[in-house]
Ligand binder design. Structure first.
Ligand code: ATP
Length: 256
C-alpha cells in the first residue's frame, strides 16, 4: 500500500514532488538512468529535450504509473515506491499528447470533460448537478462553453486540447502534468494553448509540469526549465540561465 506523510501546507515553499535517483526501464530500454528532481508547490516547470530523452517517462513516474527499478518517488507526501494510491490519483491531473479522435465518436465536449469527474465520483455514482456545474466552469475557463455540445471529433486540434485541459481540471487536481500540449497545432493555437496553461496554472494555484518543444514560449511562461537527454537531467535552472545557444546546441546535438 502507498503510504502518506501529511504534507506541511503552511509553507509556501514545500516540496510536493521529490524524486531521488530514479531508474525506470521498459524491458531492455533504460528510459530514466538515475533522475533526481524536486518541485515546490506552485512551480511551473518546463521539461525539454530531444526525442527519447525520457520526458514522458518522467511524467508517467510522477503520475504513479512508472515501474521504478531503483530510487524513491514521493508526490504530495505519498510514497510511490509501492504503487500509487487512489487518493493520490485524484490529486494529479494528466493531459496526454493529443490522440487522433474519430470524428464519428458519439460524445460531446461537455461529456468528455465529465470523464475527469469520475475519479472523484467513483464509477457507480451518477454525476450530480454540482458535478455538471464544475464541468461547465472548467469549459468556461478554457474558453469552450460555446462548443460544449459539439461532438469531440468535430473540434479543431486546438479546441480538443482545450477540452483535454478542462477534463484534467474537472478532477480538481493539485498537480497538473501536460505532455506536449501544443504538438501538431498551428502556430496561433500553440501560442494560445501555452498562455492558457500559464493562466490556469496561476489562477488555480497549481503545481504544473509540462513537456514541451516550444523553447521560446516555455522560457516566457515557466519558472524553471529541466533539460533532459538520454534518460538523465542534463541541466536545470531559470530559463535565462539554461536557454543559451551553446547549451541547446549540445542538448539537441545529433537531432536532425
Ligand atoms: P519524445 O519527445 O519522442 O516523446 P521522450 O523524451 O518523451 O520522447 P520517452 O517517451 O520517455 O521519451 O522514452 C524514453 C525511452 O524509453 C525511449 O528510448 C523509448 O523508446 C523508450 N520507451 C518509452 N515508452 C516505451 C514503452 N512503452 N516500451 C518500450 N520502450 C519505451
Amino acid at each position: 500500500m502507498a503510504s502518506r506523510t501529511p504534507p506541511d501546507r503552511t509553507s509556501q515553499n514545500d516540496v510536493v514532488i521529490r524524486i531521488r535517483d530514479a531508474v525506470v526501464s521498459y524491458r531492455e530500454d533504460v528510459a530514466l538512468k538515475g533522475v533526481s528532481l524536486s518541485v515546490k508547490r506552485g512551480e511551473l516547470v518546463g521539461i525539454i529535450g530531444p526525442n527519447g530523452a525520457g520526458k514522458t517517462t518522467l511524467l508517467t513516474l510522477i503520475n504513479g504509473l512508472g515501474r521504478l527499478l531503483r530510487g524513491e518517488v514521493e508526490v504530495l507526501g505519498y510514497s510511490l515506491n509501492n504503487g500509487c494510491s487512489a487518493s493520490l490519483r485524484k490529486l494529479v491531473g494528466y493531459v496526454p499528447q493529443l490522440p487522433n479522435i474519430d470524428p464519428r465518436m458519439p460524445i460531446n465536449a461537455r461529456e468528455v470533460v465529465m470523464i475527469g469527474r469520475y475519479g472523484r465520483l467513483g464509477l457507480l455514482r451518477r454525476p450530480t448537478s454540482d458535478d455538471w456545474e464544475i464541468v461547465d466552469k472548467m469549459l468556461e475557463l478554457v474558453g469552450m462553453s460555446h462548443l460544449a455540445s459539439r461532438p469531440i471529433g468535430h473540434l479543431s486540434g486546438g479546441e480538443q486540447q482545450r477540452v483535454a485541459i478542462a477534463r484534467a481540471l474537472a478532477q480538481e487536481p493539485e498537480i497538473l502534468l501536460l505532455d506536449e500540449p501544443t504538438a501538431s497545432l498551428d502556430r496561433r493555437a500553440r501560442v494560445s494553448i501555452m498562455s492558457l496553461v500559464e493562466e490556469i496554472h496561476r489562477s488555480r494555484c497549481l503545481t504544473t509540469l509540462m513537456v514541451t518543444h516550444e523553447l521560446k514560449t516555455a522560457a516566457a511562461v515557466c519558472d524553471r526549465l529541466v533539460l533532459m537527454k538520454e534518460g538523465r537531467i542534463w541541466a536545470q535552472g531559470k530559463p535565462s540561465e539554461v536557454l543559451q545557444e551553446e547549451i541547446l546546441d549540445l542538448l539537441f546535438a545529433g537531432e536532425s
